[in-house]
Design a protein around this ligand. Structure first.
Ligand SMILES: Cc1cc2nc3c(=O)[nH]c(=O)nc-3n(C[C@H](O)[C@H](O)[C@H](O)COP(=O)(O)O)c2cc1C
Length: 346
């Protein structure tokens, strides 16, 4: 019998058969120099290195569902078939290296840096540099919804295992969810249920098209006490998301407001939100943020506070972070990518 760490042994989570619980968190690379939203050789090398490094799942960077939904014009996109064709090659390539693949679908809303016309639930600027966005009409809201669904169909055809809808970090869906940025008086604003409505519609519409594991990333706090969704609100939302067919909630924080949160930063500083939502729902829950310490990750998984550990900057520093974790956890049964990689184990 293998005595593997809980972090690194195979697990079934959110409908996925995973070789371990370490996931590459989405990270924008802004490497699409041609501004056409199509993956480049860089993406094959960048994600390929992390696949060889042994993460169980790679969630590729924020990928726009519409041209003006890009954070910058150098983002990836999935709004046309040329983008889908190259993305499909990337997915097959990464599958061939033994990792599962997800895509993070996003519309940046008022934080679309390069969009001439920025869309938002209400005409409230992120800051002076970004400028005032346009309050979306109902037709524009429907267009965004259709764009998420069209991109999801392309992702499904490309063979992804996971679609993560980006509802965090101050992008469009986060803007709809927050009472600070959503001051609409119609069916998409006002109460929590109405602010959540667009997310619900998108999750349900994507669910109807996508057979894989469906995730949502949220910002559990906007660091705006008294003017944000509370944990009680998020617990309510988690129940609604489960009913809508979501598989996994990826719990981050911040990004909505142009203020640097005045909070102490320590290992696992966002985990409290993830574990509270795991305790309150039957959704699988992923934690992210300063989780570079393998011992802490093992503890969080062993104590079932969260299901999955997402790594971002640690994987930029070291594509072979999983091997480092195996060594730190004295996991003698962990197998690196091949016998040659195995020789690098400390
Ligand atoms: C270079 C970089 C790009 C990022 N781009 C995205 C992104 O596209 N989508 C997203 O949800 N988060 C993005 N993030 C946030 C990370 O996914 C992660 O939530 C954050 O870095 C905290 O995790 P860490 O401490 O492991 O780095 C990015 C972070 C970095 C460092």
């Amino acid at each position: 019998m293998k005595l593997m760490s809980e972090l690194l042994k195979p697990a079934q989570v959110a409908g996925l058969d995973l070789k371990n619980r370490v996931v590459m968190s989405p990270m924008c690379m802004y490497e699409v120099a041609k501004e056409d939203g199509i993956a480049t050789d860089f993406h094959f090398a960048h994600y390929g290195a992390r696949a060889l490094g042994g993460v169980s799942l790679i969630i590729t960077e924020s990928t726009a569902v519409l041209p003006d939904g890009r954070i910058t014009k150098n983002d990836l996109g999935l709004w046309n078939n040329q983008q889908a064709e190259k993305f499909s090659q990337l997915v097959s390539y990464l599958h061939g290296l033994g990792t599962k693949v997800g895509v993070q679908l996003n519309h940046a809303g008022r934080k679309a840096e390069d969009a001439k016309l920025k869309w938002a639930p209400s005409a409230i600027a992120y800051n002076d540099t970004y400028g005032q966005p346009k309050e979306m009409s109902l037709a524009e809201i429907a267009e965004v919804k259709e764009a998420f669904v069209a991109a999801a169909k392309r992702a499904q055809a490309a063979g992804v295992d996971v679609i993560e809808i980006h509802g965090a970090h101050g992008y469009l869906l986060n803007q709809f969810l927050s009472p600070k940025t959503n001051q609409r008086n119609d069916e998409y604003g006002g109460t929590l249920a109405k602010r959540y409505r667009l997310v619900d519609e998108i999750v349900r519409a994507v669910r109807a098209e996508f057979t894989g594991s469906l995730w949502l990333r949220i910002s559990a706090t906007d660091y705006a006490p008294g003017a944000e969704n509370t944990m009680a609100d998020w617990k309510q939302v988690a129940g609604w998301l489960q009913a809508a067919g979501l598989d996994c909630l990826d719990v981050s924080t911040g990004g909505l407001l142009d203020v640097k949160p005045n909070i102490p930063l320590y290992d696992g500083y966002q985990v409290q939100f993830a574990s509270a939502l795991k305790a309150a729902s039957d959704l699988s829950v992923a934690a992210v943020g300063l989780l570079d310490n393998p011992g802490l990750c093992e503890y969080l998984v062993q104590t079932k506070q969260v299901d999955l550990i997402l790594q971002a900057r640690a994987l930029l520093r070291n594509p072979n972070w999983v091997m480092k974790a195996a060594t730190a956890l004295h996991d003698h049964d962990y197998q690196a990518y091949n016998a040659s990689y195995e020789r690098a184990r400390l």
